[in-house]
Design a protein. Structure first.
Length: 221
């Protein structure tokens, strides 16, 4: 996907990702000038009031967000640098622009503890089945877990997610059920969140952002 001229604007906030041998470093930056569709002047990265030295010929990644559209990334080469008055870099886009998945819908592979509650009707009585489960992936809209209860698509459940030191409580609807070969669990279940609180969804999205950032810094993605 080629970058249209209006896609990046002067003053727009961006991120610079510099890959080293051990891990990737992520620095905030800004578009200072646009020479043409491929060449930009950006502010150089500064960390703890110290210039982060990037050199001519270095290859970096540029990440930016377009409101209501998503996150985008492209590779760039540093053509020149200036650090007399303002630390500036002249960069050239050397790859296509890639649209990154939006974290609200992006399913992030992660194992976190989940407690699931299901109200099972037995005759005229209803009993609550509590089960300790583990997640396979997580997004702002739902979760995939492994469990031992044989659910049906359409079942409504309640689940408690432990994210760092926080417990998020939300309702969900079972949308997929698959039998799996696992030592501890019999089923893999896809769940869409129902009426999740806005602040809880934002907590999940921020958590995914932080965990993804850790993987980027380790050079794993």
């Amino acid at each position: 996907m080629s970058l249209d001229k209006e896609e990046l604007n002067i003053g727009e906030r961006i991120e610079i990702i510099k890959q080293s041998q051990k891990k990737a470093q992520v620095y905030p930056s800004q578009i200072l000038d646009i020479i043409n569709d491929d060449i930009y002047i950006i502010s150089g990265p500064i960390h703890k009031n110290t210039i982060v030295p990037l050199h001519i010929g270095d290859i970096i990644k540029i990440v930016y967000i377009k409101e209501n559209k998503g996150r985008y990334m492209f590779k760039a080469e540093i053509l020149s640098r200036e650090d007399k008055l303002i630390y500036k870099l002249k960069i050239k886009k050397i790859s296509e622009v890639y649209r990154l998945q939006q974290r609200q819908y992006y399913r992030f592979n992660i194992n976190i503890p989940v407690t699931k509650y299901y109200n099972l009707k037995v005759g005229s009585e209803t009993r609550t089945i509590e089960e300790k489960c583990i997640s396979k992936d997580l997004s702002g809209n739902g979760i995939r877990i492994m469990c031992n209860f044989n659910h049906s698509v359409g079942d409504e459940i309640k689940c408690l997610l432990k994210i760092n030191d926080m417990i998020i409580s939300t309702s969900g609807e079972i949308v997929r059920v698959k039998k799996i070969d696992n030592l501890n669990y019999m089923y893999e279940v896809g769940i869409n969140f129902i009426n999740i609180k806005k602040e809880d969804r934002e907590t999940i999205v921020r958590f995914i952002f932080r965990e993804e950032r850790k993987l980027i810094e380790k050079g794993m993605i």
